[in-house]
Design a protein around this ligand. Structure first.
Ligand code: CMP
Length: 209
């Protein structure tokens, strides 16, 4: 999902190259977004300020582009872009981008694909975030109801409805919480009974949730 240098040849007069050393900031949060950048060579890191410092949003390489959001929508950058190796960038302003999209619809399609991909990523992240929030009440109920064996294994004989009621979750939320534990491979369903080889690993999910 990239804009190839060939796509931009016809408008080369209205684009120009920018070269940066490793560690240089390409744009900062709050900057006005004037250009979209296509990476010709090198690597770029996108980071966002969070309470604990900076969170990595993405790492991009040759052929990939970034900075399209504020160019298309107007407004400020909400992410910092930094060169993490010597970088050569092609800079494209909004008007040039519009011209390229009209003349070469595949460029517009690539931008749309990238935006669509990002929506899917965000949805996945939100779903994971949501189900992590559901874990603690479910884990507490499972630990309370577990019939433990001598070796640390445990079984929970309960219906989804009972687990949901006792944990204060809806049936759908309880289902998601259990699936989160299945995905983490700390719990499995065998013959309608929830089983774990190690109840401690289920409790440990309280710490990572
Ligand atoms: P823009 O908002 O102009 O400047 C920051 C750029 O980072 C943005 O355009 C996108 O190109 C890119 N970006 C923003 N959010 C994400 C994300 N969640 N994942 C990957 N790239 C992003």
């Amino acid at each position: 999902m990239s804009i190839h240098p060939g796509d931009t040849d016809f408008e080369v007069r209205q684009t120009f190259e920018r070269e940066l050393e490793s560690g240089e900031v390409i744009f900062e949060e709050g900057d006005t977004g004037e250009f979209l950048y296509v990476i010709q060579s090198g690597e770029v890191e996108l980071t966002r300020a969070v309470a604990e410092g900076r969170r990595l949003v993405g790492r991009l390489g040759p052929g990939e582009f970034f900075g399209e959001m504020s160019v298309v929508l107007g407004g400020e950058r909400r992410i910092r872009a930094t060169a993490v190796a010597p970088v050569r960038l092609l800079t494209i302003d909004g008007q040039t981008l519009e011209g390229m999209c009209v003349e070469r619809p595949e460029v517009a399609i690539r931008v749309i694909q990238r935006l669509a991909g990002r929506v899917i990523d965000l949805e996945k992240r939100l779903a994971a975030l949501g189900s992590d929030d559901l874990l603690p009440p479910m884990v507490r109920v499972l630990v309370r109801r577990a019939e433990t064996g001598q070796d640390g294994s445990a079984r929970v004989r309960s219906t989804l409805r009972d687990l949901a009621e006792e944990s204060g979750l809806s049936m759908r939320e309880a289902h998601r919480a259990l699936h989160n534990l299945f995905d983490r491979k700390v719990l499995r369903l065998a013959d309608d009974v929830l089983e774990t080889d190690d109840l401690e690993s289920v409790s440990a999910c309280l710490d990572v949730a």
